[in-house]
Design a protein around this ligand. Structure first.
Ligand code: QAP
Ligand code: CO
Length: 173
C-alpha cells in the first residue's frame, strides 16, 4: 500500500474519521504501511487520516531511553474511547501534517483508554507522560482537530503568517 502524508492546510484533515468495523487484511496492510511511513518520516505518532484514510486508527511508537523505536514498542489503536483523564501537562507538540512547526499545547496528564487491536480484541491502556499526550494529539485527528486549532487567536495568527511564508519559500525551491 502506497501512502503519502496529507499536509495542512489540506481540508481532508478536518474530516471526522469513521469507526472501523472490519478487522481484515486491508486494515492490516494500512497499519503496516502507516508504521513504515511514520518511521521513515521520523514520527512518534500517526493517525490514518494523515495518510488520507479517514478511519478511527492511530499508531504510536514513543522512543525509548536510547531514542530507539523498535517495532515491539509499537502500539496500534483502533476505535479509542477515553474513559478517564486527570491533571494538566504541557508539551511542545509537532505534527507530520504541519511540518517544521512546534507549539506548547496543554493536555490531560494521565488517561485511561478503551480501544481495539488489529484483530478487533478489546483492550485497555493507562497512559502518562509523552504517551498520554501523543494519544490525545492523535485522537484529536480522528475528530478533524489539529494541535494548531488549540492555539490562542494571536498565536494562531502568528502561525498562519509564518506557515504561509515557509510554504512560499518551499515552492520557490
Ligand atoms: C504527535 O508527531 C505528537 O514537524 C506526533 O518536521 C507530537 O510524530 C504527539 C515530525 C508531540 C505528542 C508530542 C514533525 C517530524 C513528527 C515535524 C510527530 C517534522 C518531522 C511529529
Ligand atoms: Co498530528
Amino acid at each position: 500500500m502506497k501512502l503519502t502524508i496529507v499536509e495542512y492546510p489540506d481540508k481532508r484533515l478536518k474530516e471526522k474519521s469513521l469507526v472501523v468495523e472490519k478487522f481484515d487484511q486491508e486494515l492490516h496492510s494500512l497499519l503496516d504501511a502507516m508504521y513504515d511511513m511514520m518511521i521513515e518520516s521520523n514520527g512518534i505518532g500517526l493517525a490514518a487520516i494523515q495518510v488520507a484514510h479517514p478511519k478511527r486508527v492511530l499508531i504510536l511508537n514513543i522512543p525509548d531511553e536510547d531514542g530507539e523505536q523498535p517495532k515491539e514498542n509499537l502500539i496500534e489503536i483502533i476505535n479509542p474511547v477515553i474513559t478517564s483523564k486527570e491533571g494538566v501537562a504541557t508539551y511542545q507538540e509537532g505534527c507530520l501534517s504541519v511540518p517544521g512547526f512546534y507549539e506548547e499545547i496543554e493536555r490531560f496528564e494521565t488517561l485511561s483508554l478503551n480501544y481495539q487491536d488489529r484483530d478487533g480484541n478489546t483492550k485497555t491502556l493507562e497512559a502518562d507522560g509523552l504517551l498520554s499526550i501523543a494519544i490525545q494529539h492523535e485522537m484529536d485527528h480522528l475528530e478533524g482537530v489539529l494541535f494548531i486549532d488549540k492555539l490562542s487567536y494571536s498565536r494562531r495568527k502568528k502561525f498562519e503568517k509564518e506557515y504561509k511564508r515557509v510554504q512560499k519559500e518551499k515552492k520557490q525551491r
